[in-house]
Each structure stands twice: as C-alpha cells, then as structure tokens.
Ligand binder design. Structure first.
Ligand code: ZN
Length: 513
C-alpha cells in the first residue's frame, strides 16, 4: 500500500510572513525611488520594513473569507428589515435625520478614504504595510456600500437621502467632511495612514460605532445598526493598525518623532471638528435616549485616550495639542451645533426642531453645568417663535474656517460667551480660523490651505447669485436638494406627516405602555 504523504502544517506567523514580507523584492530595471516616488517625500525614515507586522496577522485570503461571511449575515438582516417594513418600527420619524447625516457626511467620507488608503498602499515600500493599507481601503469601500444599502429602505419613504454623494461635493454644511477627505487625499502616504487609522479611527471612531449605534438600536433601527456592528470589527483592526504604525515610525528613526507628533496634533483636531455631527445625533436626534454626548465622550474618548497617551509617553509622544480644549467642549459642543443647524433649517437636507419638554428636562439633567444657563433659554426662544408662526431662520451665509471649514460658531475654551475667531495674513490676504489649532495647521502648510474652496465664497461667486434673495438655499437647489421637502423644520415636513399617516412608531409606543 502506498504511504500517505503528511502535509506539514504551517504556523500562523510563518504563513503571515510567507504571504507578506516574503513577497517583497527590490526592483532592478528601475530605481526603487522612482517606483515609489512619495516614499521619501514626507521626511519619514524607514530602515527596516520587516519590523512592521499586522497586529492581527491578517493575510489577504483570510481577509476576503471573513468579510464574505460577515456580508452574508449582514445582507440577510438588512433584507429582513426591509421585508417587514422596519421603517415603521422606529421610535419616531425624527430619528431618520440621523440616518441622513450618516449618509450625507460619513458614508461619502468613507468612500474618499477608501481611495486615499489605496493611494497610500501603492506608495509604501514594505509589503506588510502595503497589504494592511490595501485591506483598510477595501474595508472603507465595503462600509460605504453597506451604509448605502442599509439606507436604501429609508430612501424609499423619507426625504433627504436621494443624491447624497453629489451633495457631499458642494453643499456648505458637508464641507468639513469633504475638506477632510481632500486634505487626506493630498497628503503623503504615511500622513494619510496616520490621519485615518490613528487620528480618526484610534482616537474618535468609537463615538460613532458604539454609543451612537447603541442608541440607534434602542430607537428600532435594525438596518443601519447591523452595518455598523459589522464595520466595528474592521474598526478594531484599524485601531490596532493605527497604533502599531505610529509606534513603528517612531522606533525606526528618532527624526520621525517630531513629524508624527505634528500629524497627531493636526489629525486629532481635524477629526474632532467632524464630531459636531455625531454630537447632535447623540443628544438631539435619538428620540429615545440613553447616554449623552458628554457621557459618551468621557467613556469612549477621554478615559481610553488619556490611558493611551500615558503609555505612549514612553516613546516620546504627548497628547494632541487640542486635547484639553476638546475635552473642555464636551459641555457645549452638541448644543452649539444644534442651535446653528436649527437656524439654518432652510439650508440643510435634514430637519431640525426644538426638543420636547421631557427631552429638555433630560438635557438639563445630563448637562447641569451648562444647559440651563447657556442653551435652554435659546431653545425656549425658538419654541416661542415657532408657537407664533415665526420660526427663527438665519439668512446669513456662514463664515467658515479656512482649515476645517466649520462655520465659526464654537466658543473660546472656558468662556462659552465668546465665539472663537482667529485671523491671520498670508501674502497680504486675510484668512480666518475657528481656533488656535486650525490656525496652527494653516501656519504649518499655508500653501495648501490658501487653495481651499470655501462654500460661502463659492456661493457668492456663482453666476446669478446677485439676483437671488437667499443664495444659501438657492445653492442647495442647484445641487439637487428639493427645497421645502428635503429642507425645513421637522414639524411641517413630509416625513413627519407621512409617518403619522402610516401609523409609524406604534409598536414602540405600545411596547412602552
Ligand atoms: Zn477650524
């Protein structure tokens, strides 16, 4: 009888090495510097690429198998939600406005980051790092697709979801997201990865994936929530990737430390400036409430990031420059952003409202130091105006920060009475920033940010603007947003009226009785 040949099983680490580091070769017909032209562009010095391995030891074949299994389950759940008219089982039609913000702002940003990670992957010389960047690129594309698929059921019944990638390109209040995407895309490959995997994923992404999504589940959204839970295992990998990348860069050469610290300062702040959208979703758009923005910030950012930087001090890294100010603003961020959004009801493709009495009481309890003193009087004023049929509307074009492109609406750290405003001059021209941190980012790379296209300026420069009474809503109409349907206050919206007529939210109300 023939003797069977036993195949030797290969261990995980050897298998990983065989499918990453061992694939590497040096080009000979062309110089490596010509093949990877951006490899040295940022001043980062790498002496031994083999020193970096994926903390998860993920290989490409395992990656596709795991993602395929997750997708199969995910699409079954999304399908079941659609088949069972899940859109009627949510708590309240106001909740759908959070879905709109996810689709208008975060989903197209993921698509942009998919492209940037692919670009970074192409430019890195080390095979292991290149493969990890490629996987993150595929993750971001998959998340963009599944977000879009999950929201498609809402798009059939609610306004504000029909042309979100187009709006991302030009609509004023989405400019912070598009500008972030442009800034990442125009950076070098190491900065791109530090920005995305460390600045956003490692430091802030839990706020969207954990407390907000738990709240969304609590409000009956069984379509978008499974997408986020499915994406959260990718996020765990991105977080580990971001941290190990930063550690690798610093260990490779002492000269890298100052560059990486500057990127951490910049990208923490730029990522933090995307957070007002999450803060309003958390405090104002979840009709059934759980944790406040402030509580979520403390649990998912303040504590873990402090602990992380206590550890990173050993390799010379300190907390991001804007850290203290970001923590200080936890009392104010959601309220200031919501108030601004409320005033611009005619220039947003989602709806805003004054919270109901029990919701105002909840905000009071959650923010004993700030809400009653600074923000409740403003909301009470808005409610009085609405009661007399004169809803408050802000007709002015916002002044935007040259760097983060947020309107200048945030206050000085420690003094909520004063709007923060910085002015700087470059080549004889004045530029404005929302904070010392954006002003510093501008000062580091003025040639980059002077080119930023600001929505407010673009609107005023558009042909025919002079003859339009309200150029801001007109600019939305030009981008395909249907004024009075996608825009406007919630109470009189198609969404509110339709949901009521369809008997939406009944299951949840009955469950509460
Ligand atoms: Zn700014």
């Amino acid at each position: 009888m023939d003797k069977r040949v036993e195949r030797k099983r290969i261990g995980v680490a050897d298998r990983y090495a065989a499918m990453t580091h061992d694939l590497h070769w040096e080009t000979s017909y062309q110089a490596m510097d010509k093949v990877f032209p951006y490899g040295r562009y940022e001043g980062i010095r790498i002496h031994d690429w083999q020193q970096w391995s994926d903390p998860f030891l993920m290989t490409t074949d395992t990656y596709w198998r795991l993602q395929g299994e997750k997708d199969k389950k995910l699409y079954a759940v999304i399908e079941a939600f659609a088949q069972n008219n899940g859109q009627l089982g949510i708590s309240d039609a106001r909740y759908v406005n959070a879905v709109k913000l996810v689709l208008q702002a975060f989903a197209p940003l993921k698509y942009a980051i998919h492209r940037s990670c692919a670009q970074a992957s192409r430019q890195l010389r080390g095979d292991a790092l290149r493969i990890a960047a490629q996987m993150q690129s595929a993750d971001e594309l998959r998340q963009y697709q599944s977000d879009t698929h999950a929201a498609s059921v809402y798009n059939k019944y609610f306004n504000g979801l029909h042309e979100t990638p187009r709006w991302f390109e030009s609509v004023w209040y989405l400019a912070p997201f598009r500008s972030y995407a442009d800034d990442v895309a125009s950076a070098g490959p190491f900065e791109q990865l530090v920005a995305v995997s460390f600045g956003f994923d490692r430091l802030l992404s839990d706020l969207l994936f954990v407390p907000f999504m738990s709240g969304a589940a609590h409000n009956g959204d069984l379509s978008l929530v499974p997408v986020s839970f499915s994406a959260h295992s990718d996020a765990a990998r991105h977080k580990a990737f971001g941290l190990s990348l930063v550690q690798f860069l610093i260990k490779q050469d002492p000269a890298n430390l100052a560059i990486v610290q500057r990127w951490i300062d910049k990208w923490f702040w730029r990522s933090f400036r995307l957070m007002p959208a999450v803060a309003v979703m958390q405090d104002y758009m979840l009709p059934k409430r759980m944790a406040s923005w402030k509580e979520a910030w403390e649990e998912f950012v303040e504590e873990p990031v402090n602990a992380l930087f206590d550890e990173l001090a050993a390799i010379g890294l300190r907390r991001p420059a804007g850290w203290a100010q970001a923590c200080d603003s936890k009392e104010h961020l959601s309220h200031q952003a919501w108030s601004a959004f409320y005033g611009y009801a005619d220039a947003l493709a989602f709806h805003t409202w004054v919270p109901m009495a029990d919701e105002l009481a909840w905000l009071d309890r959650k923010y004993p130091q700030s809400f009653d003193r600074w923000y409740r009087p403003r909301l009470d004023f808005y409610a009085q105006r609405e009661a007399t049929g004169k809803r408050f509307r802000n007709p002015a074009l916002p002044m935007q920060c040259q760097v983060c492109q947020q309107p200048l609406l945030f206050t000085e750290a420690g003094s909520p009475r004063w709007t923060a405003y910085r002015e700087t001059t470059h080549d004889g021209e004045a530029f404005h920033a929302c904070s010392d941190h954006c002003a510093r980012i501008f000062a580091d790379e003025p040639q980059k940010y002077v080119q930023a296209k600001l929505a407010s300026h673009a609107i005023l420069q558009a042909p025919g603007t002079g003859s339009v009474a309200e150029p801001l809503p007109a600019s939305l109409a030009a981008a395909g947003i249907r004024l009075g349907h996608d825009t406007g206050g919630f109470a009189t919206s198609d969404d509110a009226i339709n949901f009521e007529n369809w008997g939406g939210g009944q299951d949840m109300k009955e469950a509460q009785l």
